[in-house]
Structures are given as structure tokens and as C-alpha cells.
Design a protein around this ligand. Structure first.
Ligand SMILES: [Zn+2]
Length: 338
């Protein structure tokens, strides 16, 4: 293994090298790593990134299994494995970022501050040097959800890349500092949310998708029937507001959501269905922002006797049932039905 700068590099790992479990594999790596998988055609390279979030293991499980089974990709694949320290912190695969650290997938923009910023910058430099023909960033959702792709640029190639993994593609113009935003003009980039992090089916989907990604000669050969949805609205808790997950409103909490709120993911909610309960502050505890930064809370939601409802039928996505993620990142996204 080659240690230079903030990210180590490991060329052509063998099945014997990577250990029998994904945990053993990650312990051997120890920190952010590039794996180089040489292809049959060594003139072309594709890139994969995963484990930017330490609690989202489907992508790294797929890479570990692929190497362990001794496959060779059609073209070279450069694989980046990010938050290994966070992933190995007990209980394993439960920490999104390192203790006291920043969310790595919010650090792919200037000023590249702190340890996470340095890793992000070093990763982008290595990608620039490699000039891959595409980049897939593999994630998981923190609630039950069908798999879907996310892109900032919608085109035939982004749809084909998504179709390698799943059937839904979300086009977003939100700017958060993610990897995908940093490379969107350099080469086709799609984030794949493989489904719930705890779901073995998500691991299987990531493995099958990675296999197709690595073996496909040309993306234009991929037959896909991807459904595209545009511009989800990100719904966050206002700073300092509290959230609880329970089957009835929790006293002194600003927002109570049902423990199975993730069952709404990708389903359409009518204006009659109860999404949760708000406390004394009403809708002021929500912050629903579009790409222009405008707060759409009063347009999207209504309150009836303390019940939180939608003002218009809409689809929900990325609803989490993890109160830490709900508090630090976001509650869910709304896809207004056209
Ligand atoms: Zn993620």
C-alpha cells in the first residue's frame, strides 16, 4: 500500500488481501483509500466513491465482495473509500462522520477546511488526474426507501448510469457541498442511494449495480426505464428545534413524527393524511428550502388541531427515522406533484 498525502492508494488488491469480512477489510485500510482495479481495457477508467458516510456500508460491502470473488472489470475502476474511521467506531457502521468531525459529503467545495476538507480536496485532485469517464457515489438512506439516483445535471448519460442500479432519478439544484456538485461538469456523476443502510437487499443492489458498472462496455448499451423527478424541496428542523419519533405527540417537543415515517418514502401523501404533530411553535419549527434558499414551509404544509399535513398532495423521500440525522441534516424531502 502506498501512503502519500491524505489518501492512501492500493493497486490491484487480490482476494487474499482484503480479508474475509468487510470489517477486516476496513481495518486493513485504516483510513481514506483509493483502490485501483485494473481493467481488461486499460485505456479507460471509471470511478466509484463510497462510505463518504460511515453508516452507509452497501457500497464498500459491494467492493469487498467483488474483489473477494476475484472479478476483473472491463475498464479500470478507481474506487474511493472515505470515512473508514467513522465506520469502524463502535458500534460499527452507525456513525455518519468521525466524532467531532464534519460531514465529508458537505466538504467538496472551497475553502476545504479541516481534515475532511483536506481529504475532499485530495480526492478531487486524484480524480482530475485520472479523468474517469463517469463517477458513481454510492450511499444508503437512513430510513426504508426504494433505491434511487440523484444528479445535478439531467441527461441521457445520467439516466443510463442510474439505470445500471435502479429505476428512479432525482434531479436537484440544491447546493450542499457534495462530491457530485464538485465534479458535475468534469464527467457524468450520479449519486446512488442504494436503499436503507440496514437492508441486505440494499447491499445486493449495490453489488449488482457495481458489477454492471464495472462490466458494461458502453453506457449507451444499457437499456433503462428510469423515472425522472425534478427539484425536491429539502425540509429541515429550524435550529434549536426538537424532534421525537412516537405514535402520539410528545409533550414539550416541537415536532413529533411517527416511528415509521419512512414508509411514506416515494409514496404520494394526500392533504388528509397525518405526517406528524407540531408543538406550540406550529410550522415555525420547519425550514423547507428550495434552491433559491426561499422558505416554502407555509406553502407546503398546513396544521389541523396540531396535526402536520401537506397543503398539496406530494411525494416524500429520504425521510429518516434517526433523530440525530433529522436534527443535524434533514427530516425529509418533498417532491411536489406536477
Ligand atoms: Zn450518504
Amino acid at each position: 500500500m502506498n501512503h502519500t498525502g491524505h489518501i492512501q492508494r492500493w493497486d490491484a488488491p487480490t482476494p487474499q488481501d482484503v480479508g474475509t469480512t468487510v470489517e477486516e477489510f476496513l481495518r486493513k485500510l485504516g483510513g481514506p483509500t483509493f483502490l485501483w482495479l485494473p481493467g481488461l481495457d486499460t485505456t479507460r477508467t471509471r470511478a466509484v466513491s463510497t462510505l463518504l458516510h460511515g453508516n452507509e456500508s452497501s457500497g464498500v460491502r459491494a467492493l469487498h465482495r467483488w474483489i473477494q470473488e476475484g472479478h476483473q472489470p472491463h475498464v479500470n475502476v478507481l474506487c474511493f473509500i472515505g470515512s473508514i474511521g467513522a465506520a469502524l467506531t463502535e458500534p460499527q457502521f452507525s456513525h455518519r462522520c468521525a466524532f467531532g468531525g464534519k460531514d465529508l459529503n458537505r466538504c467538496f467545495r472551497v475553502p476545504f477546511e479541516g481534515p475532511e476538507g483536506a481529504i475532499a480536496q485530495a480526492m478531487l485532485e486524484a480524480l482530475q488526474h485520472t479523468q474517469p469517464e463517469a463517477l458513481i457515489d454510492l450511499h444508503n438512506t437512513s430510513g426504508h426507501s426504494p433505491a434511487y439516483g440523484v444528479t445535478t445535471r439531467n441527461g441521457a448519460i445520467q439516466e443510463a448510469l442510474t439505470g445500471i442500479f435502479c429505476d428512479h432519478l432525482i434531479v436537484t439544484d440544491l447546493r450542499l457541498g457534495t462530491l457530485m456538485e464538485a465534479t458535475e461538469t468534469a464527467w457524468p456523476t450520479v449519486t446512488i442511494e442504494a436503499g436503507w443502510a440496514q437492508d441486505p437487499q440494499a447491499h445486493e443492489l449495490a453489488f449488482r449495480g457495481f458489477t454492471r458498472y464495472a462490466l458494461t462496455k458502453n453506457f449507451s448499451d444499457v437499456a433503462s426505464s428510469v423515472t425522472v423527478a425534478h427539484h425536491p424541496i429539502r425540509v429541515e428542523l429550524q435550529k434549536g428545534a426538537s424532534v421525537a419519533y412516537a405514535t402520539s405527540p410528545v409533550a414539550d417537543v416541537d415536532l413529533t413524527l411517527p416511528p415509521d415515517v419512512d414508509r411514506f418514502n416515494f409514496g404520494t401523501l394526500s392533504t388528509q393524511e397525518r405526517l406528524g404533530w407540531v408543538g406550540a411553535q406550529g410550522l415555525n419549527v420547519l425550514w423547507a428550502r428550495d434552491a433559491a434558499g426561499e422558505n416554502l414551509t407555509s406553502t407546503l404544509f398546513s396544521v389541523h388541531n396540531g396535526e402536520l399535513r401537506l397543503a398539496h398532495p406530494s411525494r416524500l423521500m429520504m425521510a429518516t427515522t434517526n433523530s440525530d440525522i433529522a436534527q443535524s441534516d434533514c427530516l425529509f424531502y418533498i417532491l411536489p406533484d406536477a
